[in-house]
Design a protein around this ligand. Structure first.
Ligand SMILES: [Zn+2]
Length: 309
């Protein structure tokens, strides 16, 4: 078992201590080495006893229909020059050159990007299919000054979870994050952030247009597994080449063991609403547009003009 002895930080998925409050609880947790057929550990607390845990399988037979305003993204451009760190359980990017802000969709506030990290293989699955790679873009509600504050509230955090599929089409930004690991020799440097001098573009990391996605209420996927996350999982997956993921699978934890995989096992949905959005409200007049376009309204209108049976 890859065990990581850390001073536990309140983490969203994988937060580093620089952006979070230290709880000063020494605790061991880690991911099983699946190549050695190791088993998932119990992490304790909400991780074991929570009722809204993440990640989950997204079963399309059980999703509910939702229509929300469009998601709005501002500032999701190049993030070259940010920090990159091996935090002992993932590779994480932070301290971005500009503010990146998401609003709209199911969100009732604006959220700004605090950090980005990666999971190999994916944490969420779609109809029980696991993807090779998942990126978590962790946002904090702008009305809270920092992550510590934001993490006290149900509406404090939203995470955009991007799934990647294997392809012959490469992803230059994922490739460059992998090259940055080599540049700085981050494989065995734990919690030692370096400057990212490779070009990484958010446009290559997340879909340009997110018109269809799943949203649900869940938790952090690492201890303390706090149930404060509004998840947004776009249904458009992104390409990545197999060899672009290989550098991530070489990083080590602070026991010096290679983290071959860093996903948490699937949690129970427990009848939580999983909402699928495949169309958006486009303007304030859409309410009327929506009514006119509904089949029932069309039927009523036709029958008003031409008597129906
Ligand atoms: Zn995560």
């Amino acid at each position: 078992m890859n065990k990581i002895v850390i001073i536990l930080s309140l983490g969203v998925c994988c937060l580093d201590a620089s952006t979070t409050q230290n709880v000063h609880i020494t605790h061991e947790w880690g991911y099983p080495n699946l190549e050695e057929s190791e088993e998932f550990q119990n992490w304790g607390g909400d991780c074991d006893n929570g009722r809204q845990q993440s990640p989950i399988d997204i079963n399309f037979n059980k999703v509910l229909k939702g229509i929300y305003p469009k998601l709005i993204f501002n500032g999701y451009n190049s993030i070259a020059g940010c920090n990159i760190v091996n935090n002992g359980h993932s590779i994480q990017l932070s301290s971005f050159p500009q503010e990146m802000e998401i609003s709209g969709g199911p969100l009732l506030a604006s959220y700004i990007v605090e950090q980005i990290h990666f999971h190999w293989w994916s944490e969420h699955t779609l109809n029980n299919t696991r993807y090779p790679f998942e990126m978590h873009v962790v946002h904090r509600n702008k009305k809270y000054g920092n992550m510590t504050q934001a993490m006290k509230f149900k509406n404090g955090i939203t995470v955009l979870g991007i799934l990647y599929h294997y392809s012959n089409v490469g992803n230059p930004s994922i490739e460059n994050v992998g090259k940055a690991l080599n540049d700085s020799g981050l494989f065995n440097l734990i919690n030692d952030p370096r400057k990212m001098n490779r070009l990484v573009s958010m446009k290559e990391l997340i879909p340009q247009k997110i018109d269809s996605y799943i949203t649900y209420e869940g938790s952090l996927t690492t201890p303390l597994c706090s149930e404060i996350v509004q998840w947004i999982i776009p249904l458009t997956t992104f390409p990545v080449r197999m060899n672009e993921i290989l550098p991530f699978r070489k990083i080590e934890n602070d026991d010096g063991k290679v983290i071959t995989n860093n996903f948490r096992e699937i949690q129970k949905t427990r009848n939580r609403p999983l909402i699928e959005i495949s169309e958006n409200i486009v303007s304030s007049s859409t309410k009327n547009d929506g009514l006119v376009s509904s089949p029932l309204t069309f039927f009523v209108l036709v029958c008003f003009v031409i008597p129906c049976l």
